[in-house]
Design a protein. Sequence first.
Length: 369
Amino acid sequence: MTKDLYPAERITRVREATAAAGLDALLLTPGPDLRYVTGYDAIQLERLTCLVVPPGEEPFLVVPRLELPAAQASPAGALGVELVPWDETDDPYALVAGRLGRPAQVGVADRMWAMMSLRFRAAMPNAEQLAAGTVMRELRMRKSAAEVEALREAGAAIDRVHAIVPGLLRAGRTENEVARDISEAIVAEGHHTVDFVIVASGPNAASPHHEVSDRALRAGDVVVVDVGGTMPSGYCSDCTRTYAIGEPPADFAVYYEVLRQAQEASCARVAPGVTPESVDAAAREPINEAGYGEWFFHRTGHGIGLETHEHPYIVSGNTEPLEPGMAFSVEPGIYPGAHGARIEDIVVCTAGGGERLNNVDRSLIVVDA
Ligand code: ZN
Ligand code: ZN
Ligand code: ZN
């Protein structure tokens, strides 16, 4: 599993991409890029851990000596990458600079701490620093079959969580209480970590990134539940369903049906060669036509993989055509103010069109008050 997901030859493709971008080295500190290249899920600490990828020479991984056993035991240990431990009184930035010679341009991980990027600048004052993301996104955006399978497992796990949610929603329970139960379910259903739990009830449902509060659910409430976590594989889940506690407001039922059809149309638009902005438009047009356009004020979706939000973004202006292996959310929402709704599935582009990785019921789920 791990070998398929984090194949040893990946580092060769990263070296080629680094050379093609004209960079003298990539510097990858702990985070999704380092994990993508090596499988090493290193923790980000003040001591420097950094994979150095010079295109013309062998890559090496600089690690604090006390973390050497962890690095050796990680998938990175099996890749044949040289591990370079440093001791507490060493300067690991000078160590990297010394091995690289005089680089003119280096790519630093998008998620590198500023503190580290500044130390690298001091150690290599002539090296211009660019975002490594411009190199890494081209690779990470095009998922392998093993990565798609990992996302499929994540999708099935979060679907099982949503299947439990109706039993957790009851008038009188607070958003916080429901969220605690959902967090437990996210782990119980196979995730390694809980990344976010949004339980947005009543007027809170009109705020797309509301998290949770001590508001108690009431009869007649609409509840937007948007949840996700990271699987042991490293790959993320993200799925939204909208629920009603007893009979929802009459105007709500009307726009929920508009939203459901818009989300359907957007998923149906997904195919190789189609642009992300066209997938966005497929969701937006029916919502505009029904007169709810001003209440759909966020992009339709985001890529997903080792991060919950990554390329490609499903947004107007993104004209880079979809390719098989690209995975992203399709999550239109309508938020008029007194309440709101969102429906979100992860969709992977395949040769034959879009494949949804979330399949739990999308119709409005009404639970007993
Ligand atoms: Zn979001
Ligand atoms: Zn979400
Ligand atoms: Zn999302």
